[in-house]
Design a protein around this ligand. Structure first.
Ligand code: ATP
Ligand code: TZP
Ligand code: MG
Ligand code: MG
Length: 260
């Protein structure tokens, strides 16, 4: 986090219409610099100067995906990490097709999704309903399998998060159930991972694990302060925590288990 605050990385966010404002505010809170740019007339230029690119297919369109592929190729040429959030993949054939297209045409550094979405990327019969997806299978095993199959770092989020690059597997138990009551917390997390990846591009597993632990600790702290009030206050206090949390406090409260 200190590195993010010192370097103020520019995060090019091609994200969905629902979460744009929350994502920009969350990234500002952690000390990153968000920019939302979508038009094919500029996405290559923006992606080449940004420090990381976030591709999120939450509200997809054909033109939007063309533009994401252009941005992705430009980020690849510039050597900048790309975080892909396949929101709602498994829910419709269109989302399945465009996820495949992005993964085939762009070299993605980290894929982040809920368990249902990651299972759908592997072609497993899914339980994705709209943008929500849970599965009964072992999330850690799913994460390892997905990282091997997709040849990227994979982050599967839920009650316990899992991170893998196909060899290492790490579990992060921080977080709070109220994160699921605020729309866009998964999407903002993709942006936060992008910011960590931007300042730590050579150790993406560590970057993702640290981002998850930090994010989860912020949610736990926000819940403690707002549990008597409700999720409106939780959302605001969570943003405050993203801005105020220190690496020292997050390190003391993190619950990270290296599985292999
Ligand atoms: P969905 O679309 O299903 O809401 P999402 O894309 O929003 O999923 P989540 O899996 O909800 O993503 O993850 C967002 C954040 O919420 C992560 O930091 C994750 O650790 C946390 N989280 C999700 N579910 C829980 C839970 N039951 N307990 C604690 N933290 C959770
Ligand atoms: N519909 C399309 S995108 C979106 C909704 C509700 C936001 C999903 O946000 P998250 O972070 O996956 O809960
Ligand atoms: Mg959610
Ligand atoms: Mg999501």
């Amino acid at each position: 986090m200190e590195l993010v605050r010192q370097n103020n990385p520019l995060i090019h966010c091609m994200t969905n219409d629902v979460v744009m404002n929350f994502t920009a505010n969350g990234l500002l809170a952690i000390g990153a610099s968000p920019v939302m740019a979508f038009s094919a007339a500029e996405t290559e230029d923006m992606a080449s100067v940004a420090d990381a690119l976030l591709l999120n297919i939450g509200t997809p369109s054909n033109e939007g995906v063309d533009s994401m592929v252009l941005a992705g190729k430009a980020a690849n040429r510039a050597g900048k990490p790309i975080i892909f959030d396949p929101v709602g993949v498994g829910a419709t054939p269109f989302r399945n097709e465009i996820s495949k297209r992005i993964l085939n045409e762009v070299d993605v550094a980290v894929v982040r999704g809920n368990a249902g979405e990651i299972a759908a990327l592997l072609g497993q019969a899914g339980t994705v309903k709209g943008v929500d997806g849970k599965i009964n299978a072992d999330v850690k095993e799913l994460c390892l399998q997905a990282a091997k199959a997709l040849r990227t770092v994979v982050v599967v989020t839920g009650e316990v998060d899992a991170v893998s690059n196909g060899e290492q597997l790490v579990a992060v138990a921080n977080g709070h159930e109220w994160l699921t009551k605020v729309v866009g917390t998964g999407c903002l997390l993709g942006g936060v991972i992008a910011a960590y990846a931007a300042v730590q591009p050579n150790s993406l597993v560590d970057a993702a694990v640290e981002a998850l632990a930090f994010y989860g600790v912020c949610a736990e702290q926000a819940y403690e302060q707002t549990k008597k009030e409700g999720i409106g206050s939780f959302q605001q206090t969570f943003l405050n925590e993203l801005g105020n949390m220190t690496d020292e406090k997050a390190a003391a409260l993190k619950r990270v288990e290296q599985i292999c």
